[in-house]
Design a protein around this ligand. Structure first.
Ligand SMILES: Nc1ncnc2c1ncn2[C@@H]1O[C@H](COP(=O)(O)OP(=O)(O)OP(=O)(O)O)[C@@H](O)[C@H]1O
Length: 239
């Protein structure tokens, strides 16, 4: 479905992603983990077109996204939940959600998709009329994910959705991501919460200084003591 070939991303002269290649199959849940500044947000923003790659190709269903302007990425079925949520604080939750449904196909299905979002996050239904800025961090994250789902994506990009949330809310968030994936939507999740992210992943990649240093089934990665200690931040050896 999505294929990255030798993707390089620069900030001026500084290179943040080095010739990275990666594939995501339709409906797959791929997790990318890695320490601070590894390039996780840069990678996801390059796929979303927010800060496009400077070299290589980002192919979605045979089309190189790099040939398109960023606003066309969404039309091709990609939706991003950015780090920090980026909601419009003074607009109502409903308005924030509806903003996500701006592409033509999604606009027609708007009421039904809104209903699906409320089923996924029941607390959002109770808050529809409230300004988004009055919600708790966890609720705002749900609205940010809901807004992306309103675009009816085939690939959902999630940038650290658990950041700054209380542990019980983090659990709900991961449950919701699992439910979204169960609907057949492909998910690329970048996370610092390694243990929980690997728990829901079908496949995982470890990013370090802009390069993938390991990739494979999560249980295979977690079984490698060196990887656990050096990159996954998991102190204990596998049982
Ligand atoms: N707008 C920018 N301008 C210049 N350099 C940047 C910019 N954004 C990120 N970088 C640099 O690119 C590298 C990768 O950053 P990135 O934010 O992608 O990492 P990350 O893995 O998402 O880290 P974190 O988990 O801390 O968000 C870092 O060295 C960072 O300083």
């Amino acid at each position: 479905m999505l294929e990255l070939n030798a993707v390089r991303v620069n900030y001026g002269h500084a290179v943040a992603i080095w010739d990275l290649s990666l594939r995501i199959a339709p409906g797959e849940l791929l997790v990318v983990v890695g320490p601070n500044s590894a390039g996780k947000s840069t990678l996801i923003n390059a796929i979303a077109g927010v800060h496009p790659a400077s070299a290589g190709s980002v192919i979605l269903d045979g089309v190189d996204l790099r040939a398109l302007p960023a606003h066309r990425y969404c039309e091709r079925g990609i939706a991003l939940v950015p780090e920090g949520r980026r909601l419009f604080a003074s607009m109502s939750v409903r308005e924030n959600l509806e903003l996500g449904a701006y592409r033509r196909g999604a606009r027609k299905a708007r009421s039904q998709t809104l209903e699906e979002v409320c089923e996924l996050f029941p607390v959002v239904r109770e808050k529809l009329a409230q300004p988004a800025g009055t919600l708790s961090g966890g609720q705002q994250q749900m609205v940010a994910i809901g807004r992306a789902l309103m675009a009816k994506p085939r690939l959902l990009l999630l940038d650290e959705p658990s950041l700054g949330l209380a542990p019980s809310v983090v659990l709900d968030m991961f449950r919701a991501i699992r439910a979204i994936h169960a609907q057949g939507i492909a998910v690329l999740l970048v996370e610092q919460n390694v243990a929980m992210a690997l728990d829901i992943a079908e496949r995982a990649a470890v990013l370090e200084e802009g390069r993938i240093v390991a990739a494979g089934a999560p249980e295979v990665l977690m079984a490698q003591p060196e990887l656990r200690r050096a990159y996954l931040g998991l102190e204990t050896d596998p049982a």
